[in-house]
Design a protein around this ligand. Structure first.
Ligand SMILES: Cc1ncc(C[n+]2csc(CCOP(=O)(O)OP(=O)(O)O)c2C)c(N)n1
Ligand SMILES: [Mg+2]
Length: 688
């Protein structure tokens, strides 16, 4: 490929739009898009299989802007390609995803050009990025999804899935640990459909990378098992194209395309950290435009013929690819109606009919089983009905009980692409980010670790909530209840911190029946992630004939045991293992003539969404003597116990000892809970 005048003009148009958007907003990062624009342009115009009129076509190539602070670059591309907006019901609308007005209102309230790319908010954004490293790690999940979809659905000579995944990353992404975790796994998994483009401008916010980052990135990626190709001159689009061809010709390894670039190219602050983080200034913008051969006085300038040029390149290629694919899907549907139906359900995030028909039922059992065990059984039942449910653990499957054990479940490896058990290795942060990538590709992923290590994955968990994607985060060993492993492994503040995350549904079921109901709720989620918080130790399976139905989980909280006379004086609230403790304390209180209700509250978020009448029925305002009990930080419980209630929780880290000793040491005994309740009853004034 040789660079034509139109190529150069297009690249400079992108640079101009980015400079102007940042200048007008007086906020943003102009230098990064200006440096890497030739690569972004070459990729989009000449390689990316993307139909701007149908940005959600399932076999499109994915482009993830991992250096999310360069969002102006993506906004310019989406604008110039005329990418259409998609509504939440997946109908392609006639409106433009990014209008000129959006560009002119970059970073302002309501603009479709926010400060960083936001999935759902602007069509054509494949993943929310901004926290450096997340985008590249997420792209690994998309590449896994591509391989898995191809293995399952490319049958009978039909190639329904063969998309590539590109991620554009800066020095910051390359420094982040999550990227290393994900790259190591991608190399092992031989994800040859994955291309990371490293925008190596050797500048970050604090200065040149010689103050922080002097490793040999190419050598590192070669050791990961990647194909590494270098572009010495970013402005030579022929070289850029050759590198992209080298990626496309590679069939065994992921590709790192290392591009030497110049932040703020053409501006007075080229190659300087000054090109970062603030507008260039009106005079510098003019000088840069002059250097680039663009009219210095024209802002948001799109030269004659540029829109047509994109329409004839990426537009035509994308449309041809998409329409051919749709025709292929038509023929496929005739030959393989069941597989075609799966693809369609998956795309809409719906479930096969009867998916919940064979969920296990658990009989009352005083000895019971750990909720990690009942959850493993339910997971296997659901997964057999939902073929695109897949996942694994960060090397703890035997402990988290998340292995899919049925015939043909398989293990996803280079030689077993349809395998549904993923092995993430000891890489929690990448596990969660990869799960995000799988969910963005419309598969239903789960991943698991110990609750205490959820902190390691928090950055990616947060993005699952922000993106509103239905990832299942499964956490076991949920409290001091895990015993001897001690305080490093005993979570304390984790429930509170997960509950603090907007949009994440946190479930802590109390027994096997609540586990079943939890899965009934979380499997059907379409736009929300969930965290399942499960025990290592056995819990009794409650006899529901005398207690509230576990179906109450769907309401987030419910009356598990009513006060004997139906008029509670005391309410005990609990989640998970402490529900059993609350029931024992209730027996003691009732024996002493105190009418006591027990409320199980497995999911605060769902309970808070119930109508006021329901919440009032479960937690009547007149009952002031309330005690919550949970083996975790007490933070947040005050909203349910009120200012006259009390919380029996954890105020320190745990300790290494057998569970029984820990329960006494930290005050999780029925006697203590009953005592606190009696104190509350004596001290509360219902009229207050
Ligand atoms: C996890 C995370 N930490 C810090 C930041 C703040 N930040 C935004 S851009 C940037 C510098 C990134 O440098 P680089 O990736 O080289 O991008 P370039 O300077 O080349 O545009 C930093 C530290 C961030 N966005 N994400
Ligand atoms: Mg940089």
């Amino acid at each position: 490929m040789t660079t034509t005048d139109l190529d150069t003009l297009s690249i400079n148009t992108i640079r101009g739009l980015c400079m102007d958007a940042v200048q007008k907003a007086n906020s943003g990062h102009p230098g990064t898009p200006m440096g890497i624009a030739p690569v972004a342009y070459t990729l989009w115009q000449h390689f990316l299989r993307f139909d701007p009129t149908d940005p959600i076509w399932p076999n499109r190539d994915r482009f993830v802007l991992s250096e999310g602070h360069a969002s102006a670059l993506l906004w310019a591309l989406l604008h110039l390609t005329g990418t259409r907006a998609v509504d939440p019901d997946y109908e392609v609308l006639g409106t433009q995803a990014v209008t000129m007005d959006d560009l002119k209102t970059f970073r302002q309230l309501g603009s479709h050009c926010p400060g960083h790319p936001e999935y759902r908010w602007t069509s054509g954004v494949e993943a929310t990025t901004g926290p450096l490293g997340q985008g590249v790690a997420t792209s690994v999940g998309m590449a896994v999804a591509g391989q898995w979809l191809a293995a399952r659905y490319n049958v009978g000579g039909f190639t329904l899935f063969d998309f590539n995944v590109y991620a554009l990353a800066g020095d910051g992404c390359m420094m982040e640990g999550v990227a290393s975790e994900a790259a190591s796994l991608a190399g092992h998994l031989e994800l040859s459909n994955l291309c990371w483009i490293y925008d190596s401008n050797r500048v970050t916010i604090e200065g040149h990378t010689d103050i922080t980052f002097t490793e040999d990135v190419a050598a590192r990626f070669i050791s990961y098992g990647w194909n590494v190709t270098t572009v010495a001159d970013v402005n030579d689009t022929g070289q850029v194209a050759r590198a992209l061809h080298s990626f496309q010709a590679e069939h065994e390894r992921p590709t790192l395309m290392l591009v030497h670039s110049h932040i703020g190219y053409g501006s007075p602050v080229e190659d300087s950290p000054k090109a970062h983080g603030e507008a260039l200034g009106v005079e510098a913008v003019r000088a840069t435009k002059r250097f680039l051969g663009m009219p210095p006085g024209e802002d948001f300038y799109v030269p004659e013929g540029i829109y047509d040029h994109f329409a004839e390149g990426i537009g035509q290629r994308g449309k041809d690819g998409r329409t051919a694919w749709e025709a292929m899907l038509g023929a496929y549907r005739a030959g393989y109606p069941e597989l075609a139906a799966e693809i369609e359900q998956m795309q809409r995030r719906t479930l096969p009919d009867g998916w919940a028909a064979d969920l296990p039922e658990f009989k009352p059992d005083a000895k019971g089983l750990a909720t990690r065990d009942s959850s493993g059984q339910v997971l296997n039942a659901v997964a057999q009905k939902v073929p695109w449910l897949l996942g694994g653990s960060a090397d703890l499957t035997p402990s988290t009980k998340t292995r899919l054990t049925f015939d043909a479940a398989g293990d996803f490896q280079p030689d077993d692409r349809p395998g549904r058990n993923l092995h993430f290795g000891i890489r929690e942060h990448a596990s969660a980010a990869i799960a995000n990538g799988l969910a963005l590709t419309k598969l239903r992923p789960f991943w698991s670790t110990f609750l205490t290590f959820s902190d390691y994955a928090r950055g990616a968990i947060r993005l699952s909530a922000l993106m509103e994607i239905p990832v299942l985060h499964i956490f076991t060993h949920d409290s001091i209840g895990l015993g001897e492993d001690g305080p490093t492994h005993q979570p304390v503040e984790h429930l509170a911190s997960l509950r603090a995350m907007p949009g994440l549904l946190v479930f802590r079921p109390a027994d096997a029946s609540e586990v079943v109901e939890t899965w009934r709720v979380v499997t059907a989620l379409r736009h929300e992630p969930a965290a399942l918080v499960l025990t290592r130790q056995a819990l009794p399976t409650l006899d529901r004939s005398e207690l509230g139905s576990a179906a109450g989980v769907a309401n987030g909280g419910y009356i598990l045991a009513e006060a004997s006379g139906g008029q509670p004086e005391v309410i005990l609230l609990a989640t998970g293992s402490e529900v059993h403790l609350a029931l024992e304390a209730r027996d003691e209180l009732e024996a002493g003539g105190i009418q006591t209700r027990v409320v199980s509250l497995p999911c605060w978020e769902l309970f808070d969404r119930q109508p006021p009448e329901y919440r009032e029925r479960v937690l009547p305002a007149r009952v002031k003597a309330r005690v919550a009990v949970e083996q975790g930080s007490t933070l947040g419980w005050d909203r349910y116990v009120g200012d006259q209630g009390a919380v029996v929780g954890m105020h320190t880290f745990g300790a290494s000892a057998p569970l029984k000793q820990l329960l006494t040491k930290f005050g999780f005994t029925p006697e203590r809970v009953a005592e606190v309740a009696r104190e509350r009853l004596a001290g509360t004034d219902p009229a207050r």
